[in-house]
Design a protein around this ligand. Structure first.
Ligand code: DGT
Ligand code: CA
Ligand code: CA
Ligand code: ZN
Length: 577
């Protein structure tokens, strides 16, 4: 492994940006050279990291001594001072503009010259005023895309991705729970609700000895810094900038405090209104009669919901999206559980851009307690991901048979699938006669994101109606805090999918979580069955399944709504449709 694990696409993106910045400065010839190098790296049949390791970078077409040196720096240092310098030469504010998806130096310069756009606020105003559609290279659709991209940009930085911080948060919760002076410890706030992004981590502790517990918390190995510490609240920083708030309460008050600090704020406000309607008060100290100190409930969360005549509401549902009414009526869903998963339907291996072999992935799945995994490597249309050709798919089938023979009797079955690319007309880029013999076909959009909403809808409808497609992979294409979803008529695609028994994926990769919670619920209401895929690119990534289940729970799904809660036999029957 090279010192950093940049993908070919990452490296190509850097080279493209250099080309654009040089072009922006009016430099001749060099921009073309960087573009050519970027193009050949994009379509290279192997990892640039491997070529680097062999010392053969200059053998890549279009890569000369100068560009090779840049790539070496990038791989070894993870960043490129040359690029940072080029960015600095742009007018102030322009660098910020380049952070917006869809804006390169050329467009930034045009916006600057024609509309006086100097920063993101200017850009937003111009887009809202409809001034951009008249510029060459921008259409009316771009204004909507730009506004969506600006929103994504603004959300970036201040919040953390659930999947990246959950392991630390759970380790802190477990360390606290294991301390002898701690009576109870539990995560609270958005992380307990498993929201896709987290502002800060909240954890609640019950103890009779706050001093000892606070000192222990501040000395946790994860703490890089202590922000403040006191008898009822301490805050530490984990890593660069993640704040973890610990609140200390007594055991008798724990349920009320946990309910309060789990939120969401709007859920709490709605709950408090109901308490007030009954002549009670609800706070982090408990549920009380309005006059005097009479306690109605406080020790356990269940007591509070129970006293308000409603079913216990799981944390993932506490977003004030109808859960309170459903809890009062007794119509809450029987949510899918974290232990209900019997297999994973979307894993990559060394056959494409994964880091582990089929056998290693199968053994890791076995360790998760699963009955099956579907190997779904990329198809040939995606050269950046080392996609596999029809011939290689047939070779791979033999290896899968061999692994299944080797592991026979262990309780794990490897299914043979593919993650095919949906071409611009909605067709998978793998011949039908190959697809026909595969167990699972995931079809995903990996290119051509800039189609109009109508075109994208047609494309997805075509994919859904294809004979051999079983699952639409990461159906909206969004990358959290990076790239907005492509636009399409979601309801039309969902109802077509329901009718055709084609599933929508909940891609559990931390940067994707696609479908999202809200979209899951919409899909389920349309009658769609979901498939949770980890999109694992190595064996450790199988842990992402818990993130997918969290999304499903936040989307009100029951076990029956998710295909990979089924035993292998039922799964096969479902895939036969
Ligand atoms: P985050 O940290 O932005 O991802 O979101 P939360 O939900 O963790 O929010 P945070 O950390 O500010 O506060 C934790 C919980 O405390 C929140 O979910 C609900 C409760 N809370 C905070 N402020 C208020 C408030 O003003 N009223 C009510 N009812 N609850 C609050
Ligand atoms: Ca929080
Ligand atoms: Ca907090
Ligand atoms: Zn994909």
């Amino acid at each position: 492994m090279p010192p950093t694990s940049l993908t070919n696409a990452d490296i190509a993106a850097v080279l493209y940006e250099i080309a654009e910045l040089l072009e922006f400065q009016g430099v001749k010839f060099k921009p073309r050279a960087y573009q050519r190098a970027a193009q050949s790296i994009e379509s290279l049949g192997e990892d640039v990291g491997d070529v680097y390791a062999r010392g053969d970078l200059e053998e890549i077409p279009g890569v000369g001594e100068n560009i090779a040196a840049k790539i070496v720096t990038l791989i070894e240092e993870g960043e490129l001072p040359y690029l940072a310098d080029l960015r600095k030469e742009l007018p102030a504010g322009m660098v910020e503009l380049l952070e917006i998806e869809g804006i390169g130096p050329k467009k930034a310069l045009l916006l600057h010259k024609k509309l006086g756009v100097d920063d993101v606020d200017d850009l937003e105003a111009a887009a809202k005023a409809g001034k951009i559609r008249g510029l060459a290279g921008f259409g009316e659709t771009s204004e909507e895309n730009l506004l969506a991209a600006i929103q994504v940009y603004r959300e970036r930085g201040s919040r953390f991705l659930l999947g990246y911080i959950l392991p630390d948060a759970e380790a802190i919760e477990a360390a606290l729970a294991g301390h002898p002076a701690v009576i109870r410890a539990c995560l609270a706030g958005s992380i307990r609700r498993r929201k896709e992004t987290i502002g800060d981590v909240d954890v609640l502790v019950a103890t009779d000895d706050p001093g000892t517990v606070s000192a222990f918390f501040c000395s946790l190995p994860q703490a890089t810094r202590v922000v403040m510490t006191g008898p009822t609240k301490s805050t530490i920083v984990v890593g660069d900038n993640l704040h973890v708030d610990m609140r200390v309460v007594t055991a008798e008050q724990f349920g009320a405090a946990l309910q309060y600090f789990t939120g969401s704020k709007s859920h709490n406000i709605a709950l408090r209104q109901i308490a007030i309607g009954r002549g009670w008060k609800l706070s982090e100290y408990g549920l009380f009669a309005r006059e005097g100190e009479t306690v109605i409930a406080r020790e356990r969360e269940e007591d509070i919901y129970g006293a308000l005549d409603m079913a216990y509401i799981p944390p993932e549902l506490r977003e004030d999206r109808g859960e309170i009414a459903a809890a009062r009526e007794g119509t809450l869903p029987d949510l899918i559980g974290y232990g209900d998963i019997r297999g994973g339907l979307h894993v990559h291996t060394t056959w494409s851009d994964g880091a582990n072999t089929i056998r290693e992935m199968a053994e890791a799945a076995l360790a998760c307690g699963w009955e099956y995994i579907a190997v779904c490597d990329h198809s040939a249309g995606l050269p950046v991901a080392h996609g596999i050709s029809p011939g290689e798919i047939l070779e791979q089938a033999k290896e899968i048979e061999q692994v299944n023979r080797d592991l026979a009797g262990k309780g794990i079955t490897v299914l043979h699938g593919i993650e095919a690319n949906i071409d611009k007309d909605g067709l998978p880029d793998v011949p039908k006669k190959i697809l026909r013999d595969l167990d699972v076909v995931v079809a995903s959009v990996h290119s051509g994101f800039r189609q109009t909403g109508a075109e994208m809808t047609e494309r997805l409808l075509a994919a859904v109606s294809h004979d051999h497609v079983d699952i639409i992979g990461h159906p909206t294409g969004r990358l959290i805090q990076r790239r907005p979803a492509y636009r399409f008529d979601m309801d039309a695609v969902f109802s077509a999918a329901a009718a055709a028994h084609v599933m929508m994926e909940i891609n559990a990769f931390p940067t994707r979580l696609d479908l999202s919670d809200v979209h899951c619920r919409r899909a389920r209401d349309a009658g769609v069955t979901m498939a949770i895929g980890t999109d694992a690119h190595n064996r450790d990534h199988l842990r992402f399944m818990a993130l997918g289940v969290a999304v499903a729970r936040r989307g009100w799904l029951e076990a029956g709504d998710v295909v990979n809660t089924r035993p292998l036999k039922e799964l096969r029957a479902f895939l036969e449709k």
